[in-house]
Design a protein around this ligand. Structure first.
Ligand SMILES: [Zn+2]
Length: 433
C-alpha cells in the first residue's frame, strides 16, 4: 500500500520525526472547532447530551462533511453514526475507530468528540489506500456514552455490540419524563428495530479509541501519548454504621457509640487501601450522610459509600476483601454495627496486546514519547471489549480537567494523537493479526 503523505503545516512541540505519514492537522482542528459550536452556551461549555437534538446535529454535521469527501455516512437504529469508505467490501472484517459525540451537561469540547473527528479523518486519509487492506477502517460516533440526560450510558456501543437491555431502554426516561424510545426516534434511531444495529460476531476485528486522558498523569510528566493497558474496574461498597443516638451534653465519652466517629475511621481505612496499603489504584468516600445531623446530638446512623478502582481484577478483589475484613472488625471493636453492600459496577477491561503494540510502534515511528497507563474513566472501549479486542490511545488533559468547560489539550498534542491513531491504523489494516 502507498502511505498517505499529508504533512501537517503547524510546527511546535512535540516534533514529529521520520517518514511516518501524517494526517491533515489543520483540517482536524477545523472540524473540531466547528463541531464544538453545536450545543455550546456562552461561558457554560457544551451541553450536547445523548439522544438529544444537539447530538443529532453533531452527527448530521459530520455526515455532511465526510460525504463531501466521498465517504459513506449513515446513522443506525441505535443512533450511532457510521462512516466508511465508498465501495468497501462489506464482508471484510472491520478495524473500528471512534468514540462518542455526546457530552455531559456543561462539558468540554474534546471528551469523545476528539476521538470521533480523528477517527473520521483517519478513515478519510485511508480512503486513498491503493491496495485492499486486510481490515476495513470504519469510524463510529457512539450515541449516549455519558448517559447525562437519559441514564442509560454506553447506549450506542451496547446497541452496536448487541448487548442492549430492551426492557431497560423502553422504560428509561429523562427528568422531564420524555421516554428514551421517543428521543431515539427523533434522533434517527428506532428501539423497535434496534437489533438491526448489532453487528454480527466477528465483524469487528478490533476497536481503537483515541481520547483525552481526563486525568493529570500525562500532562504532569509531559508525555504526549498514553497507551492504555486497562480501563479500571470499579466497585462501590454502600456502608451503614449503626451507633446509638444520644444527648451531646449528658452522655459521657466512655459510654458513647458515635456512628460518625466510627464512620471517620472507615473514611481513613478506605483512603489507606490505595495509599499506605497500595491494594488498589484509587479509593474514595465521596458520599457521607449522617443522622440526625444536628449540632447537639450524637450521630446515631451514618451512611457512606466507598468507591475503589483498579485496572487489575485481582487487585480490585484484594482491596474489596481488605475493606470488608476491616469493617467486620471495626464494628465489634467500637460497639457499633456496620452493614455493607458490595456492588461490582464494572470489571477491569484489559486492552489487547496487539493493538497496544501497534500504538507503541506508531508513536515510536512518529518520535513521540509514550507511557503505558490505566484509564481511570469508563469508555465505549470497555463495552466493545466484550465482543472484540480493543486498544486506547490517550493525549494529555491540561491540569487533568475534564467534564468541564475548561477541558483543554494543546493543538499540537491533538494532532500528535491523531497521527498516532493514523499510524497505528495503517499497521493494523495492513496485516492479519
Ligand atoms: Zn468520553
Amino acid at each position: 500500500m502507498s502511505a498517505p503523505t499529508n504533512r501537517r503545516t503547524a510546527g511546535g512541540s512535540p516534533r514529529l520525526a521520520g517518514d511516518a505519514p501524517h494526517l491533515d492537522g489543520a483540517r482536524l482542528l477545523d472540524v473540531l472547532g466547528e463541531i464544538s459550536r453545536i450545543g455550546a452556551q456562552p461561558g457554560a461549555g457544551i451541553t450536547r447530551t445523548g439522544l438529544g437534538a444537539e447530538e443529532a446535529q453533531a452527527r448530521a454535521y459530520l455526515a455532511k462533511r465526510y460525504r463531501r469527501d466521498g465517504l459513506v455516512a449513515r446513522t443506525d437504529q441505535a443512533g450511532n453514526l457510521i462512516v466508511r469508505r465508498r465501495g468497501a467490501d462489506p464482508a471484510r472484517p472491520v478495524l473500528l475507530l471512534g468514540s462518542h459525540v455526546d457530552t455531559v451537561v456543561r462539558g468540554g469540547r474534546l471528551d469523545g468528540t476528539y476521538g470521533v473527528v480523528a477517527a473520521c479523518e483517519v478513515v478519510r486519509t485511508l480512503a486513498r489506500l491503493e491496495s485492499a487492506p486486510a481490515y476495513e477502517p470504519v469510524a463510529v460516533a457512539f450515541s449516549n456514552e455519558e448517559g447525562a440526560r437519559f441514564p442509560y450510558p454506553f447506549f450506542g456501543s451496547l446497541g452496536l455490540t448487541g448487548r442492549l437491555d430492551l426492557a431497560r431502554a423502553a422504560t428509561t426516561t429523562d427528568r422531564d419524563g420524555t421516554a428514551l424510545p421517543d428521543a431515539l426516534r427523533t434522533a434517527g434511531g428506532d428501539l423497535d428495530t434496534v437489533g438491526a444495529a448489532a453487528w454480527p460476531d466477528g465483524a469487528i476485528a478490533g476497536y481503537l479509541e483515541l481520547h483525552i486522558e481526563q486525568g493529570p498523569v500525562l500532562a504532569d510528566r509531559d508525555i504526549p501519548i498514553g497507551v492504555v493497558e486497562a480501563i479500571t474496574g470499579r466497585t462501590i461498597i454502600d456502608i451503614t454504621v449503626h451507633g446509638v443516638q444520644g444527648h451531646a451534653g449528658t452522655t459521657p465519652m466512655s459510654l458513647r457509640r458515635d456512628a460518625l466517629v466510627v464512620a471517620a475511621q472507615v473514611v481513613l481505612a478506605v483512603e489507606r487501601l490505595a495509599t499506605g496499603r497500595d491494594l488498589c489504584a484509587v479509593s474514595t468516600v465521596g458520599c457521607l450522610d449522617g443522622e440526625p445531623n444536628v449540632t447537639n446530638v450524637i450521630p446515631g446512623t451514618v451512611r457512606l459509600t466507598a468507591e475503589i478502582r483498579d485496572g487489575r481484577p485481582e487487585r480490585l478483589r484484594a482491596a474489596e476483601r481488605a475493606l470488608v475484613a476491616e469493617l467486620s472488625a471495626l464494628g465489634p471493636a467500637t460497639g457499633t454495627r456496620i452493614d455493607h453492600d458490595l456492588r461490582r459496577v464494572t470489571r477491569p477491561t484489559r486492552t489487547d496486546h496487539r493493538l497496544r503494540a501497534a500504538v507503541v510502534a506508531a508513536a515510536d515511528d512518529l518520535g513521540l514519547p509514550h507511557l503505558e497507563m490505566f484509564s481511570g474513566a469508563g469508555h465505549d472501549a470497555q463495552i466493545v471489549a466484550r465482543s472484540a479486542p480493543v486498544g486506547m490511545v490517550f493525549v494529555p488533559s491540561r491540569d487533568g480537567v475534564s467534564h468541564a468547560p475548561q477541558e483543554h489539550t494543546d493543538d499540537d498534542l491533538l494532532v500528535a494523537g491523531a497521527d498516532t491513531l493514523l499510524n497505528a491504523a495503517l499497521r493494523l489494516v495492513a496485516d492479519r493479526w
